[in-house]
Write a protein that binds this ligand. Structure first.
Ligand code: ADP
Length: 411
């Protein structure tokens, strides 16, 4: 029953007094009784109606209850705080899960409430700390490997609350660990790529230091030629590494010059036609008139096209044409810049990995024709900086087309 408000009580009393006044004016006793009864019933109805209004939450009572729960160290006191958090959160008491937020239930299973924490989180290092009532919790993270999928990395932090209650926070650090692994792999790969030609150069210098080998004209010329090639490879590698780091450093700066792709294609074509392998391939260009301009970085886009044409020359068949085309899409919002060769093609399983640094389908072949394994990684980064998209289509025995879709300047 809700308490009756004083305002309504006064109103009901005044109503009864009013009834008494009206009844006093009636001449017959029976009429007086009927009038008084009618006013009495009406007054009761007013109070009954008051009692039927929906109960209003008593904020003070709720706060008092919450304070009591907090004081008693009860897990329910924290439920409304932990529920909206997107990281999985558990509350543990006496080595049992006392409460969990929806993210924790989705991750560890909806059955975890009241479960032993060693069963809920199947990780020995974490479970021992959680189950031990005397363990000290500094909030330092514990790395969990193998909880969830095999390549996921979680960090678990324990915070001691009131009365033996422990708050356990899990945060998914998989992408941070993957980025860190990529960085260390990159440094290891780059060092290995540089060490190989350096070791070869040192080896040949040592051989030439021997008076017998050094005096022989033919041997000396051959060794010096190899040393030159290896030094050349190191130089290309260092240049590509520097390009990559420069492009990465600028990746959040939108390029701003208006670039005419027709002019860019013509410049790159001239570089190749004047180069050493000019006779190996026929360089074809397919360009419609009046293509829209794009917003870009001329030097970077020319490096992108240079890398794609260089791959088409390297992996295309000798004597077969290499073609470069520029094609606007239906509403001219994007330009498709494509380079096509008629080479051996690439098996589909390799295609998703080609833009990884140092990934090559055939390492020996790439190295023997001067590849650094960084060309397509550079292309991908330049295309991303320009808000573009890279597409690689290839068929074994037929050839490869690598396209970059670049947004045009809105007129
Ligand atoms: P690389 O310096 O080795 O050419 P890239 O990053 O440019 O490095 O390319 C990565 C790998 O992709 C190459 O080693 C090669 O195996 C493959 N590849 C790239 N372009 C082509 C192509 N046009 N035809 C066949 N394979 C290609």
């Amino acid at each position: 029953m809700n308490p009756i408000s004083p305002f309504r009580l006064i109103f009901a009393i005044l109503f009864i007094i009013g009834g008494a006044v009206v009844a006093a004016q009636a001449s017959e006793a029976l009429t007086k009784i009927i009038i008084m009864s009618a006013f009495g019933v009406a007054a009761l109805a007013i109070m009954a109606l008051e009692n039927r209004t929906p109960p209003q939450p008593d904020i003070n009572a709720l706060e008092r209850q919450k304070k009591r729960l907090l004081y008693e160290g009860r897990a329910e006191a924290y439920q409304d705080v932990i529920d909206p958090i997107t990281d999985p959160i558990l509350l543990i008491r006496n080595a049992k899960v006392a409460a969990a937020n929806p993210a924790a239930k989705n991750f560890l299973g909806h059955h975890i409430i009241d479960e032993d924490v060693r069963v809920a989180i199947r990780h020995p290092a974490a479970a021992d700390r959680l189950a031990n009532p005397n363990a000290e919790h500094t909030g330092e993270p514990i790395l969990l490997v193998g909880v969830g999928s095999a390549d996921q990395r979680w960090e678990l932090r324990i915070h001691a609350l009131n009365d033996g209650l422990k708050l356990v926070q899990l945060s998914d650090q998989s992408s941070r660990y993957a980025a860190e692994r990529m960085r260390t792999d990159f440094v290891a790969n780059a060092s290995h790529e540089l060490r190989t030609p350096l070791a070869a150069i040192k080896g040949f210098i040592e051989t030439l230091e021997n008076p017998d080998a050094g005096a022989d004209e033919k041997t000396r010329t051959r060794f010096l030629q190899i040393m030159y090639q290896e030094a050349d490879r190191m130089q290309r590698l260092v240049e590509d590494l520097m390009s990559l780091s420069r492009i990465e450093a600028e990746k959040y700066q939108l390029p701003s010059e208006p670039v005419d792709l027709a002019e860019l294609v013509s410049d790159v074509k001239n570089v190749f036609l004047n180069g050493r392998s000019k006779k190996d391939h026929d360089f074809q260009v397919l360009l419609p008139d009046n293509i829209p301009m794009i917003q870009g970085d001329y030097a970077q886009l020319s490096q992108l096209l240079h890398n794609l044409v260089s791959n088409a020359y390297k992996y295309g068949h000798r004597g077969k044409p290499v073609s470069v085309s520029v094609e606007p899409n239906r509403n001219s919002s994007m330009l498709r810049l494509s380079v096509t060769d008629q080479g051996d093609g690439i098996a589909p399983e390799h295609i998703p990995r080609l833009t990884e640094r140092f990934y090559r389908v055939d390492k020996g072949r790439s190295k023997s024709i001067g590849g650094t394994g960084l060309g397509l990684a550079i292309v991908k980064h330049i295309s991303e900086r320009h808000g573009g998209r890279l597409e690689i289509n290839s068929e074994l025995g037929v050839g490869t087309t690598v396209s970059v879709l670049l947004p045009t300047i809105k007129s």
